[in-house]
Design a protein around this ligand. Sequence first.
Ligand code: NI
Length: 192
Amino acid sequence: MALRTILTAPDPRLKKKAAAVAAVDAEVRQLMDDMLETMYDAPGIGLAAPQIGELKRVIVLDIEREDVKTGPLFMANPEIVEASDEDATYEEGCLSVPEHYSDVVRPARVTVRYLDRDGETKELACEGLLATCVQHEIDHLDGILFIDHISSLKRNMILRKLLKARKEAARDEAEGKPSTRLKMSAKESADV
Ligand code: NI
């Protein structure tokens, strides 16, 4: 396994649509394992392949909250096959939008169909945080970030702040100063 670099907005690679994998082969399993290690290290509870620059429809999740404990979930070519009419609002964060959080409204319950790490077709009924997280990660596969669900005013403000933080980090590095500006905040449970 290997730690990979997580891209941050406004990186253009985060806005691209990812391609389906033909099969869950050794290469895809390696990608899944690298993604899980990178996600735990961040730390976060979900990661999509485009976030590490791989335009493949692969996501990993591990929800450890309240009484919902799924253990690690590996999903290739995930698709929502059923969604509730009822909505739920969660405050979302994202490893690619560090240190920013915003309420996002999504269907409260979804059923996701996917290929697991063994290439078996599975269906999983999700609710609560897991439902939010699965939808957030599948969005990444279509080049959509959680900030695309909020007002353009707030989105542009966040993107401006991210660009400023990146420039300051680059300047610190050029001056040989250790930079912590792009380090994740402690609010890790919401970062997907
Ligand atoms: Ni995310």
